[in-house]
Design a protein around this ligand. Structure first.
Ligand code: NAD
Length: 248
């Protein structure tokens, strides 16, 4: 893995799960990292700044504070996201607006505020956390899947818009990743252990993806090692997206 010494990164939703793993990895490799989160309790050397990606003035204040603290921004990881269960029949407009505002418009907001700094960087990269839900057709996830489909399309559009400015834009598509998010879903199951076993059995690799594995993919795409890679989605999904196994 490359050295991030001298590079300055912002990771949204970086106080938990995939975001925390990515922020920790970037810092371990030498980057200076600021985490944006609703409750930005992060261990040093990470620096936490309270920010709500669904609130434009909060985002603008946080980006200014991060740029001041870091002296610039080279890497933006748009990772903050929230889940939603249900079919189209099950989610009212209010829920659609709430989730799209965080998962999709949140990326646009943070990127818009960060672009002036990225334009001044010679190693500018954006990595969005998308999901295999963007294309997989997962049941009972209509709103969440639509939000991640939009993140995939937004990633490609942003890559095209900013490629001539030297800003690379890619996304990672995690499968089911073992984070507090999945822990919360399992906690409300009737039999969490059985639910977890069933979830693992559905994975072609037979286990959940780890947050650290997704973080490695994020770090790769954010790094100069991926200097010729823009407008791509990298799946870290244990084979969920592409493999078709016979029933056990
Ligand atoms: P997580 O719940 O552990 O972490 C998400 C973080 O985002 C939390 O710290 C939360 O406070 C923060 N956040 C939420 N809303 C925010 C807001 N409005 N402003 C700022 N921060 C906010 O979840 P995770 O599993 O690490 O998920 C991270 C990303 O990965 C999400 O975009 C999610 O959609 C995506 N993802 C997760 C999985 C999975 O199975 N865990 C699979 C595919 C994609």
């Amino acid at each position: 893995m490359t050295d991030f010494a001298g590079l300055r990164a912002v990771v949204t939703g970086g106080a938990s799960g995939i975001g925390l793993a990515a922020a920790t990895l970037l810092a371990a490799r030498g980057a200076e990292v600021v985490v944006f989160d609703l409750k930005p309790d992060v261990p040093p050397p990470l620096v936490g700044i309270a920010a709500d990606v669904s609130d434009d003035s909060s985002v603008r204040d946080a980006v200014s504070a991060a740029a001041l603290k870091l002296g610039g921004i080279d890497i933006l990881v748009n990772n903050a996201g929230i889940g939603a269960q249900g079919t189209v029949a099950g989610n009212e407009d209010e829920e659609w607006h709430r989730v799209l505002d965080v998962n999709v418009v949140g990326i646009a907001r943070v990127t818009r505020a960060t672009l002036p700094y990225l334009r001044r960087s010679s190693a500018a990269a954006i990595v969005n956390t998308c999901s295999i839900a963007a294309t997989a057709g997962l049941p009972n996830r209509a709103l969440y899947s639509a939000s991640k489909g939009a993140v995939l399309a937004l990633t490609m559009a942003m890559a095209a818009d900013h490629v001539r400015e030297g800003i690379r834009v890619n996304c990672v598509n995690p499968g089911t990743a073992d984070t507090p998010w999945v822990g919360r879903l399992l906690d409300v199951a009737t039999d969490p252990a059985a639910e977890r076993a069933a979830l693992e059995a559905r994975q072609p690799l037979g286990r959940l993806v780890s947050a650290d594995e997704v973080a490695l993919a994020i770090a790769y795409l954010a790094s100069p090692l991926a200097g010729s890679t823009t407008g791509t989605a990298l799946a870290v999904d244990g084979g969920m997206q592409n493999l078709r196994l016979p029933a056990a």
